[in-house]
Write a protein that binds this ligand. Structure first.
Ligand code: NAD
Length: 247
């Protein structure tokens, strides 16, 4: 499988960057998108150094018009959009009683509304062009299991689970598949605050191998989920968590 077009949000770092590299290595063209232009351009450069094909489009996923424009740009440049990976996210660490409402709203805007906007904009475009595409949404094990200090993050990730299921139901008639992923603790910059707070061991004690997951492992799994061979997986949120949430 190669020659597809994948739009990946939050692709300037961590899971998004690794997934961009993985798709490009497999021969797909990648629209690398991030709110952070410098980091996004770095990802494009890394892809090009390996002989892959990528372009950068700066996007704040918390703004619908920017996400809509992103999808339009992908189609203008490459003529299609086969994969939309709604992955951008921000973290939080702090007790619910000291939570600032503006911080709560920002996490919901990026982690929940950002995914919704990606689903809506890509879904509309795929429908308009009759593309049998795949939409992947990043949830988290924190969308399932309560953890201290992450109230808004957990609210958003729980919503991503249900949005994934609903979108899969409504878009299936158009041949569009929607799948969620729920990573466990992955070694990326988003968990720096937890590391600084000495929480790394706590984060990994529930994982079978007692260590942080490499972002490359998440990227490989995301790639597999987008293949036609995986088309029975629809509306599910797939646990990519080394057993963290094996209840
Ligand atoms: P990361 O911090 O390395 O990458 C997140 C990227 O998203 C950054 O490049 C950042 O600039 C970008 N971003 C932030 N706000 C944005 C916005 N408004 N618009 C566009 N881009 C924006 O973190 P990561 O671990 O790679 O996170 C990727 C996704 O995986 C997030 O949704 C995160 O919640 C989720 N996740 C991560 C873990 C983990 O342990 N690392 C676990 C479960 C889920």
């Amino acid at each position: 499988m190669s020659g597809r077009v994948a739009v990946i949000t939050g692709a300037g770092s961590g899971i998004g960057r690794e997934t961009s590299l993985t798709f490009a290595r497999k021969g797909d063209s990648v629209v690398v998108t991030d709110i952070d232009e410098e980091k996004g351009l770095e990802t494009v450069e890394l892809i090009k150094q390996e002989g892959g094909d990528a372009v950068f489009a700066k996007t704040d996923v918390s703004k619908f018009e920017e996400v809509e424009s992103l999808v339009n740009q992908a189609v203008e440049i490459y003529g299609t959009i086969d994969v939309m990976f709604n992955n951008a996210g921000i973290g939080t660490l702090g007790h619910i009683l000291s939570l600032k409402i503006e911080d709560y709203l920002r996490v919901i805007d990026v982690n929940q509304h950002g995914v919704a906007y990606g689903v809506i904009a890509a879904g509309r475009k795929m429908r308009e062009l009759d593309i049998k595409g795949v939409i992947i949404n990043t949830a988290s094990v924190f969308g399932y299991l309560a953890s201290f200090g992450t109230f808004p993050y957990q609210a958003a990730k729980g919503a991503v689970r249900m949005m994934t299921q609903n979108a899969a139901l409504e878009l299936a008639q158009y041949g569009i598949r929607v799948v969620g992923i729920a990573p466990g603790s992955v070694d990326t910059p988003i968990i720096q605050a937890y590391k600084d707070a000495g929480m790394t061991q706590k984060m990994t004690e529930q994982q079978m191998r007692k260590k942080l997951i490499r972002p490359e492992a998440i990227a490989n799994a995301v790639y597999l989920l987008t293949l036609e061979e995986a088309d029975v997986i629809n509306g599910s949120v797939v646990m990519l968590d080394d057993g963290y949430a094996s209840f």
